[in-house]
Design a protein around this ligand. Structure first.
Ligand code: ADP
Ligand code: MG
Length: 510
């Protein structure tokens, strides 16, 4: 069916035709008349089937009925990612060109001021991610009461993951007469049901939703060890000439690791994950679309709704957690009637996810033996920790971080001169008291007592004793201390008892 047959505003049709949009796609053909009837809609059709125009055209048609611009927001379009919001915004801007209709795009990751200023111009349509829109609702920059049309793009994902509460909050504030339309590539009952209370008997339009009968995508699965994946990936890309490749990973921190590895082996690549700021992400996507590099490494941020043509290989570096994620990832290739290959690496960590996917698909992904030549080891694969520091340097970095912490606990400067604390005076060392009395009187060192006793025991005469004492102390260069008579007596007694005990010992030995 041509657009001309759809009873759309003439200026819209002209605009479409001028840009070679002549025939409506099946989803557009089905959805557009229904929205004219003010019906809630759930529409599922493959990615690339033209869902964006399917919801934007009726919106513009209605807004163009008014001759003048209204001062209130009447349409809100919610999307899960900034890229997607921008993509929708681009199409809206194309349709709005030359008319009084104003669209605004609102997403996180950039400053508030610019977006706030566009809101002051009273846009008719706001397109954005739920978080940022809620921020603006909170700050009263957006009044949702006037909103009569709520469109949720990639609804399966929006309602399945984390966004559901935000989406509900936004919907609750909108007009009672609103229409809600959900657009999605996969049919996900559970997700859609979460908005049942807000929808009135929605009309379901399912046109080949992506339950892959993707005959054009050649799916291959390789069982590889976790450590075999990097080498296999490099070989796969080195030995085949795929011209445009997307590699998906579940983990954000694998993105730079993989792309650095590939660049090291002269496979031009760049990474795309939510770690990068908005401008960087757009710049990377633009370069990839223009073919400035061969391989895009991405988390699932990039797997939905984005239109990058001519991708001939999708690699699942690991197996995605949700089955729909798999469908979306491999759906990046074999678009517009072309053929493509989707290769999945499955390690022991991926088994759970794989069986979930195969249940969902209700067939097994063809499992091929890995090529021996591809099982090589490569260097240069460093997985960063959360802080983005390579594993190699992880340890010193952490140590530094710890030290910085403890520094901060101390006041950085002395605020005033504090009096120096007096050190407690050292107590003089007190030798434990000896129980032998004579040592009190003896003015010789403990170590010398033995000598005195020994000599006293040997020498019978006083003269002999003194001579011996001098001889001993002269040899050992010790200072001679002459014991008093009293001490001498005590020492002698000691020597005597020593002798006796020796005798005793001697006897016992016998
Ligand atoms: P989806 O949201 O279903 O994944 P999009 O709405 O993003 O797909 O559309 C995919 C591409 O097809 C876009 O580049 C869009 O401009 C183009 N397209 C949409 N409708 C038509 C049409 N009726 N005729 C030709 N091209 C179209
Ligand atoms: Mg889309």
């Amino acid at each position: 069916m041509n657009f001309t047959e759809l009873n759309l505003n003439k200026s819209l049709i002209d605009k479409l035709n001028e840009n070679n949009y002549i025939k409506a796609t099946p989803i557009q053909e089905a959805v557009i008349p229904l929205t004219f009837d003010n019906k809630d809609i759930i529409a599922c059709a493959k990615t690339g089937s033209g869902k964006t125009l399917a919801f934007l055209l009726p919106v513009f048609h209605n807004l163009l009925k008014e001759e003048k611009k209204s001062a209130a927001i009447s349409v809100i379009v919610l999307a899960p990612t900034r890229e997607l919001a921008l993509q929708i915004f681009e199409e809206a801007r194309f349709l709005a060109k030359g008319s009084h209709i104003l669209a605004a795009v609102l997403y996180g990751g950039t400053g508030y001021n610019e977006q706030k200023n566009t809101l002051k111009k009273n846009p008719d349509i706001i397109i954005g991610t739920p978080g940022r829109i809620l921020d603006f609702i909170g700050s009263k920059d957006i009044n949702t009461k006037t909103i009569e049309t709520v469109i949720i793009d990639e609804a399966d994902r929006m309602l399945d993951m984390g966004f559901i509460d935000d989406v509900k909050k936004i919907i609750k504030g909108t007009s009672q007469n609103r229409i809600i339309s959900l657009f999605s590539a996969t049919y996900n009952m559970a997700a859609f049901y979460s908005l049942w209370e807000y929808m009135r008997d929605p009309e379901e339009i399912l046109i080949n939703p992506e339950l892959i009968d993707h005959a054009k995508i050649k799916q291959e699965l390789y069982h590889l060890g976790l450590n075999e994946k990097p080498g296999y990936l490099v070989s796969l890309l080195k030995f085949h000439d795929f011209s445009r490749v997307i590699i998906f990973s579940n983990l954000k921190r694998l993105v730079p690791a993989i792309s650095n590895l590939l660049n090291k082996y002269e496979i031009s690549s760049a990474g795309l994950s939510s770690d990068f700021n908005q401008n960087k992400r757009l710049e990377i996507l633009e370069k990839f679309k223009k073919g400035k590099f061969r391989v895009l490494v991405a988390t699932d941020v990039a797997s939905r709704g984005l239109h990058i043509e001519d991708i001939d290989l999708v690699v699942n570096y690991d197996i995605p957690q949700d089955p729909e994620g798999y469908v979306h990832r491999i759906g990046r290739t074999a678009r517009a009637g072309k053929e493509g290959i989707a290769v999945s690496f499955c390690s022991e960590l991926d088994y759970d996810n794989l069986s979930r996917i195969e249940n969902y698909l209700s067939y097994k992904i063809p499992n091929l033996p890995p090529e021996d030549d591809f099982l090589v080891s490569v260097s240069g694969f460093y997985v960063s920790d959360e802080s983005g520091v390579g594993r190699k340097r992880q340890r010193p970095q952490r140590a530094n971080a710890k030290r910085a912490d403890t520094y901060q606990k101390k006041p950085p400067f002395k605020t005033a001169y504090e009096p120096k604390k007096k050190r407690p005076e050292k107590k003089p060392y007190k030798k434990p008291q000896e129980d032998r009395d004579y040592k009190k009187h003896l003015k010789v060192k403990d170590s010398e007592v033995k000598d005195y006793v020994r000599i006293l025991g040997k020498e019978k005469t006083k003269k002999g004793f003194f001579r011996s004492i001098f001889a001993v102390f002269f040899k050992s260069k010790k200072k001679v201390v002459m014991p008093s008579q009293k001490t001498l007596d005590l020492l002698r007694a000691e020597a005597e008892s020593e002798k006796k005990s020796k005798k005793y010992r001697h006897r016992r030995k016998k």
